[in-house]
Design a protein around this ligand. Sequence first.
Ligand code: ADP
Ligand code: MG
Length: 655
Amino acid sequence: MATAAATAATLLLAVSGLASGLVVPADERCHSTDNAVLGIDIGATYSCVAVYCKGRVEIIPNDQGNRLTPSWVAEGGGRLVVGEAAKEQAAGSPGRAVVHDFMRLLGKKFGDDDVQREMTRLPYAVVDMEGKPHVRVEAADGDVRVLSPEEIAAAVLAKMKETAEAHLGRTVSSAVVAVPVYFNDAQRRAISDAGGIAGLDVMRIVSEPIAAAVAYGLDNAKSDGKRVVVFDLGGETLDVTALVADNGFFDVLATNGDGHLGGEGFDQRVVNHFVDLIKRKHGRDISGDGRAMHRLRRECERAKHALSAQHQVRVEIEALLDGGVDLSETLTRAQFEELNDDLFARTMAPLRKTMADAGLEKGDIDEIIPVGGSTRIPKVQQLIRDYFDGKKEIVKVNNPDETVAYGAAVIGRHVAGDDDDKPTMLDLPSFLSDTISIETAGGAVTPMIPRRSRLPAERTHVFTTYLGRQTAVAINVFQGEGSTAKDNTLLGRLELTGIPPASVWNWGWRWRPIQVTVKVDELGDIHVEAADEGSGKSERLSIVSGEGHEHGRLSKEEIDRMIREVAEDLVEEERIVKERVDALNMLETYIVKNTAVTGGETDCEAKARAASEWLDGNPAAEKEDYEEKLKELEDACGPFMAAVHETSGLGHDEL
Ligand code: ADP
Ligand code: MG
């Protein structure tokens, strides 16, 4: 077992590298490292690249000397510009030629409701191309380019590759890339494609919290069974994940988050504060001045960073207002905390939920790993410590915005084959990105597997038929967070036909129970089974995840067509079913009325019983047959009187 000991030792080394700040003298750089596999954290706001060499991980600075590169991409005269330069360009042409926060679009369909929602918020134009969201950028010369999210991500990955190559003095062609833990198969595939476009062979796609845990050496044998919470507060999002170390692997117990909570929001509060201050002091509103707002935003982010290390900061911008008026103010940490008080407090809800979902008590946690630039904020660290009852020692804060890239580089080293005894990290758990629901009567949906559920996930729910003596049900499977079917995306439809109608004598079974099981497997493929227990009839449907038809998922055109057809079918189908059921209901009501009211064996009651037996023997009778039987009964028992329409009133989900 010498090899295992060697692994533990090198991992310890790697971890001490993180603690010591990773400054590497020039002569020790990894110029000659063979098989270098980069570790890349492609974030919503900042990206980071690292490489393992000479016994430790090195975070690689970009051409500006920064260890983090803004995930901003701009059209710059026929080529794409990435990083600081792109972010700067936003000042000149806000919303036209500059793209950021594009990770939300990766691996999604244009019609997905979250894409539709994000479109109203994103400052650039998102257009539909073959069912996939694309970004429309306008170059300075008026040229228009339409870019896929993969191309934009590729530009960022290419920049990280270039950064590493400039530093290492040689070409690098492989990487391990970290993505959010809840990224599904399509999203992971999109990142892999983006790597391909950038000339990088993406050898592993690893979930961010797992990379963070690896950075802290929790994949060594000593850590087996340790329970860890990764609290990742970045620029746009908060992700909290509970993991347990399992013999070099990690078992993700639960994950929760907030897709719109992070550093950009904190900056905005500070920006608003100064906009108001300028209004009060100078009677000017700068909120409509794109260039001034950009300069203010940049300065506010800088001030925020400074306040993580000091208690107050000067905020100075020369000639911010026209007429050459400068902004020159002091901002204190206390003011900053007050401006963001509610936002900071909001970070605790996903933490509480993750603990509850994982079934863990505070005392069960061995380590807390704050990740993401915004966990550098002292107040955020304090809230985390307070939550864990002041247990300082278990909260590990160390260059939190570099941790994920660091861990990815450690995994990169295993992948490069330096380390033969290391188990591969391929079989990482995945999570469902969007809720899977079943449509019920009236266009509502019943969620079956909630978003962010750990995969594989399975749930069985008993629905009931909607109409008395219904002999077929359609089970429409939807994806999305809307409460009605029309707010979600139709994934597929399963029909269960030829089910025997429920018996009239047993009111409880008149609405027949249909058992529906939805299972989402590790790859995100959805398997639906509907069964009528009484008759043993069942049908199955599998919806395979991934893009395009070759993977079996429906194209947007197909889905639109299906939605139209389903709507048209329903109108006709509903009319026929309704007329048949109305006739049946009248007959049933009349039978019950006449058998219940009369005591003896009158001609009327005998006919009613006979009619009932006929009903049981003819489950598939037509509307005309029921009308004929009713006529016979009326002849014996007198004319039908308006029946009270029976409703189940049980509040169950009707299909
Ligand atoms: P991403 O969300 O893209 O993964 P990061 O984890 O790097 O990116 O987080 C970026 C956010 O962290 C930005 O809003 C940035 O302003 C913020 N941030 C970085 N450093 C600090 C700091 N010292 N103090 C406060 N916030 C910081
Ligand atoms: Mg991040």
